[in-house]
Ligand binder design. Structure first.
Ligand code: NAD
Ligand code: DAU
Length: 349
């Protein structure tokens, strides 16, 4: 099996690449990534010399490059994670989200279609998507696979658009696709623009922790390795043409999550109880901020026997430990364009 994983140098992609390279020595894993600000080959240092792994640097928006890559490798399967993934960036600058998330996905679909032609036996195009395509929940209810799409940010609209195109290629051309929509991931290697790693970094450096609005928004958090395990199961056993929701059954108000993180870090950093929480700073809300996401993951649980393996307290502690023990990884990111982005995003508020 020759498998193309796109976005493998990013947060979730790097965990998926590692899992596949280690678990399936008989597969050839090709990681395609253009190394945007979010792509980091340091995430894959431990497996970069594995005999069943190769890295290709390239942009999924480049149609010619993608066609040539498929012609060169004859992939049997695609696991597509490459995307612009940060909601705040999509609000300040939507265009790249349209290019990568929509046009890039179509380039991959077309290349797979051409490459596989009529020989679709044992082929699979797996598109990784998000629960944000379903919009925002009130106090009650869960997103199921039947929930209507109602995306509300340029990011989620671009992901919703790509999901529709992937399904259209199944219905129109019989391309053997599968899609999963997952809730918020956390864990090692997440870029520190997202809530948890940004807060860990700010607490560590005694910088204000920016909480949007009143911190009342709710997210359903899942440890990234549990997501990678779900992706493995769906890639191998998910039914063609189907969608699977993946979630942690683990809803937290942002403000409660941040207080918990502060408590963990007070202990780890030898600070007085309550010291880190003094850094909490309420800032202007995100435009169009979705109130609540929560996933009903009973389909993948029943059909494929998946369930989250970690309790949140354990996962958060492991995550904090990882960031405290990997200062070099963080410092390399912080020394790049990060500070410029940070100032643009937070000092205008
Ligand atoms: P990320 O931003 O950490 O990584 C994205 C990767 O894609 C980076 O390595 C980047 O270099 C690469 N990339 C971006 N544009 C590219 C292009 N034009 N060509 C080639 N490579 C490109 O993202 P993530 O958080 O790991 O998310 C991965 C996927 O999972 C995305 O599709 C996202 O929508 C989805 N997802 C994320 C979450 C989450 O909580 N992070 C939850 C559900 C679904
Ligand atoms: O639900 C899945 C999605 O989760 C993925 O599709 C996205 O790629 C991923 O980025 C994530 O989106 P969110 O917008 O939910 O994640 P983020 O970490 O940006 O924000 C989590 C919550 O915290 C959200 O309610 C906004 C809030 N927040 C975020 C930041 C960065 C703050 O209060 N302050 C902040 O500084």
């Amino acid at each position: 099996m020759k498998i193309l994983i796109t976005g493998g140098a990013g947060f979730i992609g790097s965990h998926v690449v590692r899992l596949f390279v280690n678990k399936y020595p008989e597969y050839n894993i090709i990681n395609l990534d253009s190394l945007t600000y979010a792509g980091n080959l340091e995430n894959l240092k431990d497996i970069e010399n594995a005999p069943n792994y190769a890295f290709e640097r390239g942009d999924i928006t480049n149609e010619k490059f993608i066609d040539e890559l498929f012609a060169k490798h004859n992939f049997d399967g695609v696991i597509h994670l490459a995307a612009e993934s940060h909601v705040d960036r999509s609000i300040s600058d939507p265009n790249q989200f349209i290019m990568t998330n929509i046009v890039g996905t179509v380039n991959l679909l077309n290349a797979a279609r051409k490459s596989w032609n009529q020989d679709l036996e044992n082929k699979r195009f797996y598109h990784i998507s998000t629960d944000e395509v379903y919009g925002s929940l009130g106090d009650e209810g869960l997103f199921t696979e039947e929930t209507s799409y109602d995306p509300r940010s340029p990011y989620s609209a671009s992901k919703a658009s790509s999901d529709h195109l992937v399904r259209a290629y199944y219905h129109t051309y019989k391309l053997p696709i599968v899609i999963s929509n997952c809730s918020n991931n956390y864990g090692p290697n997440q870029f520190p623009e997202k809530l948890i790693p940004l807060s860990i970094n700010n607490i560590k450096n005694k910088r204000p922790i920016p909480v949007y609005g009143k911190g009342e928004n709710i997210r359903d958090w899942l440890y990234v390795i549990d997501h990678a395990n779900a992706i493995d199961l769906i890639f191998h056993q998910g039914r063609v043409g189907e969608t699977y929701n993946i979630g942690g059954n683990n809803e937290w108000k942002n403000i409660d999550l941040i207080y918990t993180l502060c408590e963990i870090m007070d202990k780890k950093l030898g600070r007085a109880k309550g010291e880190s929480a003094q850094l909490i700073t309420f800032v202007k809300d995100r435009a169009g901020h979705d109130l609540r996401y929560a996933i009903d993951s009973s389909k993948i649980q029943k059909e494929l026997g998946w369930k989250p393996s970690l309790q949140f307290a354990e996962g958060l502690e492991k995550t904090v430990d990882w960031y405290l023990n990997n200062e070099d990884w963080l410092n390399h990111i912080l020394s790049g364009d990060y500070e410029k982005y940070y100032n643009q995003q937070y000092h205008k508020r």
